[in-house]
Design a protein. Structure first.
Length: 220
């Protein structure tokens, strides 16, 4: 298992995917690590691997002075390899994320954003191929509709508890949160499961029945 964090993230990005990670975190006793299915990629083919950097918003009903202050702080504190996790409630009033924040996040070295709410500037986000996952699109600004109240703290995003630094993996199947305390075991088990799935696939293609293959490998 790579000890250097970027090497570990690269290993996950190149060899693992959400379904296999979901299976292994289930086996480790963490059975609510897949975000709600409404959190979807904004553009086809988007994938994310990185460390959670969290922020929390609440709905408001007036335009406040300096409405973007904490949102700017949250984005400016992103580090290379981070994934911005935006917990909105989920709100249907506001739009937390857009093109300029995506550009700023990329400039900080972030690998993507996961929002349990709405985003805008989708055409531009798609054009720049910055990976964003969200529940939908809405063209409104956040000023007077929501405000960031804290960042870098535990949040509930997509109905999953996310801590700062958790491993985030997202692809077309959804978003998985791997807790830090089981991350090394989860990656090791997932790599083993991928090898087992490859053997299972080869056996199925050779003509074995799925019952025979399951009895032999215990993988489905």
């Amino acid at each position: 298992m790579p000890k250097h964090d970027q090497e570990r993230l690269d290993l996950v990005a190149s060899r693992l995917y959400t379904a296999v990670l979901s299976d292994v975190v289930d086996s480790l006793g963490f059975r609510n690590q897949a975000m709600d299915a409404r959190v979807r990629p904004v553009w086809d083919g988007a994938t994310v691997v990185g460390r959670a950097h969290t922020l929390l918003t609440v709905d408001i009903f007036e335009v406040r002075p300096d409405p973007y202050r904490m949102e700017i702080e949250a984005v400016d504190t992103l580090k290379p390899g981070d994934v911005l996790i935006g917990a909105t409630g989920p709100s249907t009033r506001t739009c937390l994320w857009g093109e300029l924040l995506s550009t700023a996040a990329r400039g900080r070295g972030a690998t993507g954003a996961v929002i349990d709410g709405y985003v805008r500037d989708v055409r531009q986000i798609r054009a720049m191929a910055f990976p964003v996952f969200a529940t939908g699109m809405k063209p409104v600004d956040s000023a007077g509709r929501s405000v960031v109240v804290e960042y870098g703290t535990p949040v509930s995003c997509g109905e999953v508890l996310v801590h700062e630094g958790d491993l985030i993996v997202a692809d077309v199947d959804g978003v998985i949160v791997v807790p830090r305390q089981v991350e090394e075991d989860a990656i090791r088990l997932a790599l083993e499961k991928v090898e087992g799935e490859n053997r299972t696939r080869d056996a199925l293609l050779s003509g074995m029945t799925i019952g025979e293959v399951y009895a032999k490998y215990g993988i489905l």
